[in-house]
Write a protein that binds this ligand. Sequence first.
Ligand code: PLP
Length: 395
Amino acid sequence: MDHIINHSFDAIPKSYLFSEVARRVAAFRAAHPESELIPMGIGDVTRPLRRPVIEALKKAAEEQAHADSFHGYGPEQGYDFLREAVLRHYAGFGVRLALEDIFISDGAKSDLGNLPDLFSENCVVLLPDPVYPVYRDSNLMAGRKVKYLAATRENGFAPLPGKDTRGDLVYLCSPANPTGAAYTREQLKLWVDWALASGAVILYDAAYECFIQDDLPHSIYEVEGARECAIEVCSLSKTAGFTGMRCGYTIVPHELAREGQNLHDLWLRRQCTKMNGVAYPIQRAAEAVFTAEGMAACKEDIAAYLRAAAIVADTLDELGVWYCGGKNSPYIWMECPKGLDSWQFFDALLEEAGIIGTPGCGFGEQGEGYFRLSAFSGEANARAAMERLRAWLQS
Ligand code: PLP
């Protein structure tokens, strides 16, 4: 028997980027147990859940202990109390959605990886390069053909469609991981117009919308026509520190159809078959995020992360190192100094400055020569890391 395995797995890198980072850090720690490393690579939040969320979680947990308030399986698309809160959140951006468009999820990653189930294995997937590796690997695992859109310094790491751009599905992320680059409304309109003209579908990842400070779109549905060509995936992971809670939302507009098939109906059918919803207490906790008190608390955390990002950005400005991001994003995407490639800079920073970052080449070929620093480690770590970076650069 040599035909039972999905050999499409051969097409993906053997180890996930962050496993390789962890392996090198562990090896360095084993050899230098006295070293105090500063974690500037993390994509996870570090600030704890806020009080309104915890109170809602505790109350919902207690409800589960009583027959008259116990909740078993919930509605497939999520409880209306949470879907209505999401609807109001979008109304705040001037976006009007229908309740039926909203699907509550256990976070953005699963939906981003599962949404391609709606599309043929023959469809061509367009991905920015560098890219959040989940889009690439989940499509390669399913045997789909992937083509890359170069995100470069010249296009501000926000690639746009050209007259030769062809594809059936395109993933866009704004503000982007890893580069922190964000699309303007005018730029997103170019993508929407391209998709409407070509029949392609956009999978729009808004996981970092909560970091937007400038007048930039929080949702692709701020652009006219997007409801006919885009699915949007978002998450409370970064908005509210829910990485360990697991809750997000995906918008599949009921207008979105291709080849006589309604994508909303297909996604509902898919989810009802393979998913049994998100835990009731988690959905109650998520509802608390969208209250005035909950949102104000979450915004304080976002502001703290952005202060850490500003410490990094100001230092790079002062040192004359090129970077983007860090303003509407927790990520700073910097050029590797001294002509080093991404892994050389990773090793040098780790071994000579005790800073852990993420090599840009792990996000795609165009990431070679770049490096991602994350503000999630907080202000004190950002300050200490930048002092070490300054000393290292001047050594
Ligand atoms: N999308 C992007 C761009 C991310 O960077 C991440 C997590 O780092 C996710 C999605 C996953 O989010 P979630 O925790 O909701 O699965």
